[in-house]
Design a protein. Structure first.
Length: 124
């Protein structure tokens, strides 16, 4: 009934949640000497897998692409600070806000879809 919409939203929400955890950890370690900022990447890999699966026009392939996509956590060693920490509070807070908004709007979209299905089922 939902096709792959709910599965895709769930995977996106899971990855965005992880991104928020990593960003929070970065901010918590802003004054830790030698700490290297971490980043979460999943959007591009997710997009590529979904595009490839869409070309097959197979619902099963699409589900495999959704379930098979995972996030990657990576860090960079560059630092302009004397203590070798490379966390910038402005960057982290901006990214946290962007990620939170992405999470919020995606959750609102799923909620809206479910409410439409409920309305259709009830026949109202």
């Amino acid at each position: 009934m939902f096709g792959n919409t709910i599965a895709m939203a769930q995977k996106s929400l899971d990855c965005l949640w992880k991104k928020q955890e990593v960003l929070s950890n970065n901010l918590a370690n802003i004054d830790t000497p030698g700490f290297k900022r971490q980043q979460v990447s999943f959007e591009e890999a997710f997009r590529k897998r979904l595009t490839a699966a869409d070309e097959t026009k197979s619902s099963a392939k699409m589900r495999e692409a959704i379930e098979g996509t995972n996030y990657t956590i990576y860090s960079r060693d560059d630092s302009a600070r004397v203590d070798e920490n490379n966390v910038n509070a402005d960057v982290e807070e901006t990214e946290m806000t962007r990620t939170w908004l992405h999470y919020y709007y995606l959750l609102q979209s799923v909620t809206s879809d479910v409410k439409r299905y409920q309305t259709a089922i009830k026949g109202q």
